[in-house]
Design a protein around this ligand. Structure first.
Ligand code: GDP
Length: 201
């Protein structure tokens, strides 16, 4: 089975500290409170694993969770609640931008969004910027347990259109969107399949 053995591996504050043994990794981005930690925990079959990322001293860094065979899930800092804009900017320039742009073992980006909201400006910036890498994006619309089936379908359609509008046809081809719930375990196997394929698991 995919993703059985995830354990906390390391917190990376500087590019020079990135794991050198990675055979493939997937990064998770999203606005604070979107449900990113819950989604990582669910995908990694843990209850509290990704809460490591919320402990003091680790929130602004990259947190690596190791799966089997040198594969990693990478929790990026949640955005939206930073104390000072200057802090986000310098951290973006020094760590996040070069990581997302040049990290060879990075296979793709998972963007976590709350299914009840639209893409925020920062979500859009993240997607438009990541589009330049030529790597794929998978949008997990989480907390779908809060919507009726009809609302889920409408939200999914609207999100697909918003994502497509951010890039060219090539980008649209590399983007996928799905419904997810950590609470009700909806869409877990589908998400694991996508990420597993990216990482060659
Ligand atoms: P993060 O800040 O993006 O890491 O978000 P968390 O994973 O900590 O979740 C933020 C809040 O949303 C918490 O109160 C979670 O319990 C709740 N939450 C996360 N995922 C789900 C879900 O699938 N369904 C529901 N109903 N609530 C969720």
């Amino acid at each position: 089975p995919l993703f059985q053995k995830a354990v906390f591996h390391t917190t990376v504050a500087r590019l020079g500290d990135l794991p050198v043994d990675s055979c493939g990794e997937v990064a998770f981005a999203g606005r604070s409170n979107a449900g990113k930690s819950s989604a990582i925990n669910t995908l990694a079959n843990h209850t509290r694993l990704a809460y490591v990322s919320k402990t003091p001293g680790r929130t602004q860094h990259l947190n690596f969770f190791s799966l089997s065979e040198g594969r990693y899930l990478v929790d990026l800092p949640g955005y939206g609640f930073a104390k000072a804009p200057g802090d986000i900017r310098s951290q973006w320039d020094a760590l996040l931008a070069p990581y997302l742009r040049f990290r060879e073992p990075l296979r793709g980006l998972v963007l976590i969004v709350d299914c009840r909201s639209l893409l925020t400006e920062l979500d859009e910036q993240m997607l438009a910027w990541f589009a330049q890498t030529g790597k794929p994006v998978h949008v997990l619309m989480t907390k779908v347990d809060k919507l009726t089936r009809a609302e889920q379908m409408r939200a999914l359609q609207a999100m697909r259109e918003s994502v497509r509008a951010l890039g060219d046809e090539d980008f649209a081809q590399r983007c996928s969107v799905q419904l997810f719930s950590s609470l009700k375990k909806i869409g877990v196997d589908a998400a694991k399949k996508v990420l597993g394929a990216w990482m060659g698991l």
